[in-house]
Design a protein around this ligand. Structure first.
Ligand SMILES: C[S@@+](CC[C@H](N)C(=O)[O-])C[C@H]1O[C@@H](n2cnc3c(N)ncnc32)[C@H](O)[C@@H]1O
Length: 318
């Protein structure tokens, strides 16, 4: 190629050929951009507005591509999925989908053309895949503290912008401001210091009027603690249940503190990148949220269908 370029500089006929080749390449790029824009418009114009259809398409990626031009990432193995959320298959996606629908209903994200979205602690990309009908993959950022999670996202062929962040803010690779930042089951595992540091930081990367939506442990977590199974088939879950039984106070004590409005963090540290100085089980009651973040507070919902944690909604003042 270098030789051809050098010859092209010397011989006028070859140079003309070289120039027309470059023109064709530019034209091809323009056509590809136009095709992408048309596909986006095709989605945005509403053919993919049907929620049930969009959920079912997660299991029929060829149809999503053929009919709507949406290239869905693949799904990881059941084992990988369980290692993130204790669930797999349809039930796992259903939980993520219900969270996604709740976000859309509260934050009117569908009113924005190509919204910029950050999935903080995005795991293998379970939730972010649903936003692929609302915006372009390059407008979706997924950040993760664990190298393992980054590998899992990449293994699904996810085309969103994937960032490996440090346990503490900032996230240096982030560019521009976001319309929406969300985090499922991340603030249910961080210490008080980290929760405050990350909430303040994530509010800072929102545009005025943008939303921060996150989940944390609450009443449902305490109910589950009261009914932890003694036996499971999964050795990792078995070990987690043992630690929840042995390293945490009794459920009635946790409930008492929760109802009193206490922020509770129990360090459990479950891996090299999730050390016990900042990682464990966290419960944040509504009154604590209201007291500490009143100027951003929009909603606290413990009953989002299928979602096993409390969902908190903040909005950055416009
Ligand atoms: C229970 S998983 C949930 C994953 C994903 N949000 C989902 O709902 O499928 C929690 C994730 O948060 C990530 N995480 C924990 N602390 C983090 C931090 N400081 N920065 C980024 N990610 C973090 C963990 O690596 C883990 O993948």
């Amino acid at each position: 190629m270098r030789l051809l370029r050098n010859v092209a500089l010397l011989v006028p006929a070859v140079r003309r050929l070289w120039d027309s080749r470059n023109c064709l390449l530019t034209e091809r790029d323009a056509l590809l951009t136009e095709r992408d824009a048309l596909l986006t418009e095709h989605n945005m114009e509403g053919r993919l507005k049907n929620d049930d259809e969009w959920f079912e398409l997660q299991f029929r990626p060829e149809e999503a591509l053929k009919k709507y031009g949406v290239m869905l990432p693949t799904l990881p193995s059941d084992e990988v999925q369980i290692s993130f959320t204790g669930l797999c298959g349809r039930a796992n996606l259903q939980q993520a989908f219900n969270f996604y629908r709740y976000i859309c209903s509260v934050c009117q994200i569908n009113d924005i053309r190509e919204p910029r979205i950050l999935d903080f602690g995005g795991g293998w990309g379970r939730v972010s895949r649903f936003f692929l009908r609302d915006t372009l993959p390059e407008c979706i950022f997924i950040s993760e503290v664990r190298e393992y999670a980054i590998q899992c996202i990449r293994a699904t062929g996810n085309r969103c912008q994937v960032i490996h962040n440090q346990p503490r803010p900032p996230i240096l690779e982030l560019t521009g401001l976001f319309d929406l930042v969300y985090a499922y089951s991340v603030f249910s595992h961080l210490s008080g210091e980290y929760v405050h540091a990350w909430i303040n930081y994530l509010l800072g990367v929102l545009r005025p009027g943008g939303y921060l939506v996150f989940t944390t442990n609450g009443q449902q977590f305490i109910d589950n603690l009261e009914h932890l199974p003694l036996e499971t088939n999964d050795p990792n879950l078995q070990e987690l249940f043992r630690r929840l039984r042995e390293d945490l106070p009794l459920p009635e004590e946790i409930r008492r503190r929760h109802l009193k409005g206490e922020f509770q963090f129990y360090p459990l540290g479950v891996g090299a990148e999730l050390t016990s100085d900042f990682s464990g089980e966290t419960l944040i009651p509504r009154s604590y949220i209201e007291k500490n973040f009143i100027s951003f507070f929009v909603d606290f919902n413990e009953n989002v269908p299928n979602v096993d944690q409390s969902v908190v909604v903040f909005q950055k003042p416009a």
